[in-house]
Design a protein. Structure first.
Length: 138
């Protein structure tokens, strides 16, 4: 399979260990298998891990909606995020994180993302993300 979305690289997300599974206009799906390195001192997933992957899922969905050239010419950046950590996840759990664009304006975009455990579909975290869109044209 040689889909265009498979070319999407998010270096920091790769560092965390996640990967882009699917990316369409306004939607993305990333996956992450939790390892010991993703945990807090209590042995459960650190909230920053899932927040990072959800932020990236939202950003990838937005980037696909805006298009590669537009995104490069006028990049977007997260300016606000709210993440609710709903259930615990542990090493060995596989997570699917879906990101969606809710509304795109000229200088701002609103997105959401959620993370679920693959084994039982349980909601692990849900977040809202606001992106500022630069305007280098003027």
């Amino acid at each position: 399979m040689n889909s265009e979305w498979q070319k999407i690289r998010v270096p920091f997300v790769e560092l965390v260990g996640a990967q882009v599974e699917e990316a369409q206009e306004g939607y993305s799906r990333l996956s992450l298998r939790l390892e010991e390195r993703h945990t807090n001192p209590n042995g459960v997933m650190h909230g920053g891990v899932v927040a990072t992957v959800m932020d990236s899922a939202a950003a990838v969905a937005l980037g696909r909606l805006r298009g590669e050239r537009t995104r490069r010419d006028n990049p977007h950046a997260t300016v606000d995020m709210n993440v609710a950590l709903i259930s615990a996840a542990r090493p060995g759990d596989e997570l699917i994180v879906e990101g969606r664009v809710l509304k795109l304006r000229r200088s701002v975009a609103f997105c959401e993302a959620e993370a679920r455990r693959v084994a039982d579909g349980e909601l692990i975290a849900k977040g809202r993300f606001t992106f500022a869109i630069s305007n280098r044209d003027g």
